[in-house]
Design a protein around this ligand. Structure first.
Ligand SMILES: [Zn+2]
Length: 241
């Protein structure tokens, strides 16, 4: 499946996601692998994660602080470098020019070779029985728009250029998508780091041992498509302009 692609050796990787835990579910094995190869890994989390609980005793502010801390722990577990939080209200994320500008600012600051985000075209999956969270779609859409053309063109958000945020071309985008992957990353050696990252999101996953068999089975199914024991799958887009 990967034969048409050159292996990725990024120096800087930026993951853009709606909530703490999104990147760790979809891509933390891959991010850990890039970190082991020497890449700096940045997470950009767009919302404050303040709705993700059934615990009625927690205030949204308390939950938000807990989830931010969990995300920092998870990044440590994969050997990542830095977390950036934009703090938009969880559940209400929309594709606005303000959001795109905030993402462009981070892209121009950290200057990633690879951006990982969620495929915004995933609306629902009947076979898997779910509707994709609207925040995930908004995050993916805004991130793609920020990568191209907004971060690339100095006349987009000229005030950023004036503040010293130089235009930046991202080379590769990896989109998490459950059913239409064209690129499988071998995460056999970093699967344990993925588990450690997910374990950090205690408020979301509870006891990691309960979902570990499912995570392994899923990684095994995806990995098989690339000829690996365990894998994560993406739609890979190498940008040529
Ligand atoms: Zn999410």
């Amino acid at each position: 499946m990967n034969q048409n692609f050159k292996p990725l050796q990024p120096k800087v990787v930026l993951g853009v996601a709606a909530h703490p835990d999104d990147l760790d579910f979809g891509a933390s094995g891959t991010l850990a692998k890039f970190a082991e190869q020497g890449a700096a890994i940045h997470y950009l989390i767009l919302t404050d994660g303040s709705k993700g609980t059934e615990n009625k005793t927690l205030t949204p502010q308390q939950l938000s602080r807990i989830r931010e801390e969990e995300q920092r722990e998870a990044i440590k577990a994969i050997g990542g470098s830095k977390a950036h939080f934009l703090g938009y209200p969880d559940g209400y994320l929309e594709v606005t020019m303000d959001l795109k500008k905030d993402i462009v600012k981070i892209i121009r600051k950290v200057r990633p070779d690879v951006v990982i985000t969620m495929d915004p075209s995933m609306l629902y999956s009947a076979s898997r029985g779910f509707i994709n969270h609207p925040d995930h779609r908004a995050a993916g859409q805004a991130a793609l728009d920020a990568v191209f053309p907004l971060a690339r063109d100095h006349l987009s958000f000229p005030e950023l250029y004036q503040q010293g945020y130089m235009p930046h071309k991202t080379k590769t985008v990896l989109l998490t998508n459950f059913d239409q992957q064209n690129y499988i990353v071998d995460i056999t050696n970093t699967f344990d780091k993925k588990i450690a990252a997910l374990k950090a999101h205690q408020s979301q996953v509870g006891d990691i041992d309960n979902i570990k068999p499912w995570l392994r089975e899923n990684a095994s199914k995806i990995g098989a498509r690339g000829g690996y024991e365990l894998g994560e799958g993406f739609i890979r887009i190498d940008l040529n302009r």
